[in-house]
Ligand binder design. Sequence first.
Ligand code: COS
Length: 390
Amino acid sequence: MVDFTLSDEQQSMREMAHEFARKEIRPVAWDYDRDGTWPREILDKAWELGLMNVHLPERFGGPGLSYLDGCLIEEEIAWGCSGIGTSLACNGLATAPIALAASESLQREYLGRLTEAPLLASFCLTEPDAGSDVAAMKTTAVRRGDRWVINGSKCFITNGVYADWYTVYAKTDREAGHRGISCFIVPRDAGVVVDKHEDKMGQRASNTAAISLHDVEIPLDHLVGEENAGFKIAMAALDRTRPGVAAMGVGVARAAMEMAIDYARQRVQFGVPIAMHEAIQFIIADMATKVHLARLATHNAAVLLDQGRRNTLESSHAKRFAADTAMEVTTDAVQVYGGYGFIKDYKVEKLMRDAKILQLYEGTAQIQRLVIAREMLLADRGEVREPATA
Ligand code: COS
């Protein structure tokens, strides 16, 4: 059965997230953007309200919300500010591999920590020479006695400066390509070095760092899942988090569309509000359709996860379409503002800068297309692929 009605609980959760975005995030979002400062106070409040770590199971103190619930929250938070949204959502990416594959005792210790205090964790996959090509990573983990010894550098690490622990991928078999990668939990105090805080174009309230590990020793039991199974753990984790990124794209696009509509109603040219001109109406109509479809694709990808079904294709559909939508709608919103859209006082330009990263992180727009093409061309070779529906 296809039913797009939200339950009463989901509606109140969405309203709560929206109120938080409206009262706590929007009023300060442009200050954080200008200064590139860290929204610690907002994160602490969000943690208190249960807007972080939303998928962590109840047995570890989390709220155990569904993926669809998470998307409802992430859309609202990103409507307030996607930079702050990324800061809030990052624990979800770091913990997804742990929830998927780690031992019960690792889960209890490290997932539990995040529900006991407003701590952060980071997902460390990308390296200077291994972005889209994950299998090309150079970080190594070598077994020495009762320890793993890890060496390497990771870049573009969200919350990297502040994380309490890191989900780190490293080569445990250098000759085996993607089959030689393993996943580990590395506590910050094991010796993780923060090399650089990045100064970014957009989402400036999120923290992005380059980190390195020099002979960092961790216990043998800090291996997540099987040795050499890290690549698939990473891919499966991204299947679970990409709908959340898509939801953020919907939130950013919706915010830009609302601003464009408000502006079009009050800006007068040729004797009437520009909203009366068909040229502007068509732009608004396209924005509305894209936001609507991006949300449907996002919810579809999330609901499949909630049903325990594989969503690789739908996750990439949602992430690619919502991120592209955010970029297109924010760019068009600046266009509706005309020259004023290019001026920082008018605020809409921040959304255009923020949207760009959505097409880059958690798999670029091109990687999503590559996944979609492979799923369509290879996954069900010779078979008619039944469309997965919510
Ligand atoms: N779930 C489970 N397993 C998966 C999977 C998924 N979603 N996607 C791929 N796999 C498996 C494949 O089935 C294959 O298994 P076998 O070894 O048994 O054959 C293995 O993983 C390798 O898959 P593939 O051949 O497709 O790997 P590639 O090296 O060609 O890489 C892409 C595939 C490009 C899709 C992958 O590297 C990727 O997603 N890159 C982007 C990374 C990213 O998002 N970075 C952002 C970091 S977070 S900001």
